[in-house]
Design a protein around this ligand. Structure first.
Ligand SMILES: Nc1ncnc2c1ncn2[C@@H]1O[C@H](COP(=O)(O)OP(=O)(O)OP(=O)(O)O)[C@@H](O)[C@H]1O
Ligand SMILES: [Mg+2]
Length: 314
């Protein structure tokens, strides 16, 4: 049995059941003020698989991950983890569930003032009584898994971007979680290092049998690591299948994303609108009323500027 899948169910009442979907979302809704970000999301994540969630900047990918891990609570709908409903748990109960979920944040989110060793040892020091020799063994093992050696005493600022991502991945897997969530794991890396992270995600799935959800707008990453690919747009999934299925979809909104015209919601809307207009003018007399267009959802001014998904690894 893969080590990552092993949880002592007898001794931990919060330990999730080892069969069935790892995550289930039902009719999940999340809004900020008038901005509807998730508009009724249904999703079932199969054990041991890598699921990639694509979507333009601001489409709600990070919000979705945060709703799974409980950093945000949905307005309505349900989140279940290994068969147990968790969205309605108290913060202290959720914190215990979170130990079974590794999270690689969009910005690696390492503790700046702690060296790599202490960053990785932190969850053990916080939540366990493990002896120092055992903590050391686990830290070194996690660093080997992500192909890092001899950097334990460096501070995050003394690491390259690719090394920081690897340390963030090591921290996410060090407690042998059931599920690892990656938020834009290749953003900001050059193509070689981005490929290295993709290979690492694959290796962890192979060697640890871990279930992963990756949100990204990096199409190459989706192609390389995704057993299943979904496209989030307008608060819903508008495509679901293999990378091949989704990337060759003839749906205008999906096509707009894959053909590089969909960096923002507005441009997907424009693509969709022009496609519908083209169809309608082909079928209707030229005096036909233009097809009504949904108003685009307001973009958020506070988000960091997105990079182009197809050159994202720069
Ligand atoms: N805590 C919050 N309060 C208010 N608005 C928020 C909050 N978190 C996210 N949003 C808004 O929700 C929308 C979706 O944000 P999210 O971070 O999920 O986008 P994303 O798909 O991850 O984008 P990117 O690819 O740029 O990371 C954005 O408009 C964002 O500003
Ligand atoms: Mg994001």
């Amino acid at each position: 049995m893969p080590e990552a899948a092993h949880i002592d169910h007898a001794s931990s009442p919060d330990a999730p059941a080892p069969t069935g979907p790892v995550v289930e979302l039902r009719a999940l809704r999340k809004r900020f003020g008038k901005q509807v970000v998730l508009d009724g999301i249904d999703l079932s994540i199969e054990r041991g698989k890598t699921t990639v969630i694509l979507g333009p900047s601001g489409s709600g990918k990070s919000v979705l991950l945060k709703c799974i891990v409980g950093l945000l609570r949905p307005d309505s709908g349900e989140v279940s983890f290994c068969g147990q409903r968790i969205d309605n748990l108290s913060e202290s109960r959720y914190a215990r569930i979170r130990r079974h979920i590794g999270f690689v944040f969009q910005l690696s989110a390492l503790f700046d003032s702690m060296d790599v060793f202490e960053n990785l040892a932190f969850p053990f020091r916080e939540h366990t009584n493990l002896k120092e020799t055992e903590i050391r063994r686990r830290v070194i093992r996690a660093l080997r898994l992500v192909d890092l050696r001899d950097i334990e005493y460096k501070l995050p600022a003394q690491l390259s971007g690719g090394q920081q991502k690897r340390v963030a991945v090591a921290r996410a897997i060090i407690q042998e979680p059931e599920l690892v969530l990656y938020d834009e794991p290749t953003t900001g890396l050059d193509p070689v290092r981005a490929q290295g992270i993709n290979a690492l995600i694959r290796k962890l799935q192979r060697e640890l049998g871990v279930t992963s959800i990756i949100v990204t707008h990096d199409l190459e990453s989706a192609r390389t690591v995704g057993d299943r690919v979904l496209l989030l747009y307008g608060g819903k999934f508008i495509a679901d299948g293999t990378f091949q299925d989704v990337s060759t979809s003839t749906d205008p909104q999906v096509h707009a994303f894959f053909s590089g015209k969909a960096e923002t919601r507005d441009s997907i809307e424009a693509e969709h609108h022009s496609h519908v207009l083209a169809l309608s003018t082909a079928k209707l007399p030229s005096t036909a009323t233009p097809v009504a267009q949904e108003p685009p959802i307001a973009e958020d001014a506070g988000e960091p500027a997105p990079s182009d998904p197809r050159t994202d690894a720069s």
